[in-house]
Design a protein around this ligand. Structure first.
Ligand code: PEP
Ligand code: MG
Length: 325
């Protein structure tokens, strides 16, 4: 380990001028929690639970899920873990659910959209999360939200699950925070209303790029168009962060963009509360963050948003890097 980076194993991340930005880990299984915290993660910003459902013959039981979340919380030692409810269906097939193949899986039957039909599966997951919430700082996050109807439905189901546990005298965190992924563009235009109903947001830059630019994130033929440095995308991010912060709510980012060192100044410029990434990128990100000045980053973001092309933004970032790092 580089000597300069070692101190960031335990230190909180902040910019050179002392602006905090939490650096968190993305995990897909409880066993990844311990290594994430040993690698300097300040929290888990995204626990992708779909892996727990895939490549097996039947769904995990409530107890199996409960033990997963408890195990992750054990390693967290009081730090928080954002559990994202199952993002399955569509391009992430699960055999025992018998969801037919689709022409447009990314626009199809996936994530929150399948919860109504698979109500028992969803309620089992909610109960497991709630039960585990008695043992640490857990937060619930819902993927692929695109409308207020979905948020209201989720809140109803969460209230039902809480009532079941109360009736069964099973302890849980009554004020467990509820958040949504900001990854479908329509949510950008209902942020004010969302802030009345939920506690936090996390930008899924992988899907938000795909949906905002109408570019399949897995199609090699169009990768040229899949560019998160597109000025239109940067303006969308800035709009979202400002809107959420006007309501005093919390907004992080958990797509792959968070691990790109060259983009970090833009993420600082946005004023995000947290960025979450694969564990291997955490230390370098904290070290790089400490070199950055938040006012310079804000100015850089303004310039990037005024660019006409992604290429111009790339040049701007390269220039910034040469003069600031
Ligand atoms: C995203 O869309 O950016 C995200 C973090 O979720 P996933 O990559 O699992 O779709
Ligand atoms: Mg996504």
């Amino acid at each position: 380990l580089h000597h300069q980076q070692r101190r960031w194993l335990s230190q909180e991340a902040c910019t050179a001028d002392g602006i905090r930005m939490e650096v968190a880990a993305n995990i897909a299984h409880a066993v990844e929690s311990q290594p994430a915290f040993s690698n300097g993660a300040e929290s888990v910003g995204l626990f992708r639970t779909e892996m727990l459902y895939m490549d097996r013959l039947s769904a995990p039981s409530e107890n199996e899920l409960y033990h997963q979340f408890c195990q992750a919380l054990d390693a967290a030692k009081g730090r928080s873990i954002i559990v994202r409810t199952m993002d399955i269906g569509g391009d992430k097939p699960v055999e025992y659910l018998n969801i037919p193949a689709e022409n447009n899986p990314f626009l199809g039957y996936r994530a929150v959209r399948i919860y109504q039909e698979y109500a028992a599966l969803f309620s089992t997951q909610l109960r497991a999360i709630l039960r585990a919430s008695a043992h640490g700082s857990l937060k619930i996050m819902i993927p692929m939200i695109s409308s207020m109807e979905e948020i209201l439905w989720i809140k109803e189901k969460l209230a039902d699950a809480k009532q079941q546990l109360r009736d069964e005298r099973i302890p849980f965190d009554e004020s467990i925070p509820l958040g949504i992924m900001l990854e479908v563009p329509s949510v950008m235009f209902i942020i004010d209303q969302c802030c009345e109903e939920i506690d936090f947001f996390s930008i899924g830059s992988n899907d938000l790029t795909q949906y905002l630019l109408a570019v399949d994130r897995d199609n090699a033929k169009v990768t040229r168009h899949y560019n998160s440095l597109n000025p239109a995308f940067l303006r969308a991010l800035d709009y979202a962060v400002q809107a959420v912060h006007r309501h005093g709510k919390w907004i992080g980012l958990c797509g792959e963009l968070g691990a790109k060192g060259s983009v970090l100044p833009l993420l600082v410029g946005l004023g995000l509360d947290e960025i979450s990434m694969g564990s291997p990128a955490i230390l370098a990100t904290k070290a790089r963050l400490a070199q950055l000045d938040s006012a310079a980053c804000r100015q850089l973001l303004q310039q990037a948003m005024a660019c006409r092309t992604s290429l111009e933004v790339e040049h701007l970032l390269a220039q910034f890097r040469m003069s600031h790092e």
